[in-house]
Design a protein around this ligand. Sequence first.
Ligand SMILES: [Fe+2]
Length: 297
Amino acid sequence: MTAIATTVMMKKGIGIHNRLPNGFDAIQINSGVVHHKEHTGSQVNYEHFSFMPLYIDEAYIPKRDWRPLDKLEKRIVTPTESLKDHNNIYLGTLPEKAKQLIREIDFSSCKSREDVMQRFGEHKELTMALNTELHNFLQTIANDKSFHLHCITANLPNVEMVACDITRLHSNFTIPEKKYMGMHNDGTQFMTLHTTYKHGNRICINLGEETRYFLYINLSMIQVYNMLKEVTDISKVDVYNVAETFFKHFPEYPVIRMAQEPGHYYIAPTDNCFHDGSTLGNTKLDINMVYFGNFTH
Ligand SMILES: [Fe+2]
């Protein structure tokens, strides 16, 4: 498929409800994405790993021209609608007690996910106390009180785009064989572009020792659908090819990047918007914990 890139002004869409003390200092914007083949990758060197990340054919990567948001952009991403889980990103920090427990478990020596799980195992009491603290906190922000732990993930440092569809790999794959997806939506076969907003959101907590990034595009899947129907045969677009189709047509649509410090969380409707995480520039293992639910704060 070839497409003519269309320039479009940034729209008001999925806003950022920000409770971080440093406010907009944690948020940056860029001038859009490039196809991974036109992108100069960043080598990953960590422990015994030394490799250049690979990407799936249809991957698009945010450009690196990050800058602070201007006045108009700040207005665009500031939510005006009442709080709903599917049209807002929430940024915040965990209660102090939970952060203290994370520091006490101390993941500083961890070099892999196995090390992280071992650390939890070696500190059962602290782990149970953390579980209780997190549970109590999540109950205060979960709308219908139902949520569940989805995963604990570790990413190598300096991985520009962390998401990977491991179902595409053989069973004994190694980390350098992973093919990263670039900016993507998480939708499944049970969703259409008109139903992704009904599937709740996730909270991702940074358990690591370094600041990581969450990146997103401030458009819901229905907004994306409406933009694409003006420029392409919309009957061929589904939750699987919507990212590639959108980025072919609108590569200049800006990406927003949020710094997620240790002990900070983001909440995002990841079925309903293009997004990814990044550990670009980091030197230590990235560790995060994800719960699924319907969160607002
Ligand atoms: Fe994702």
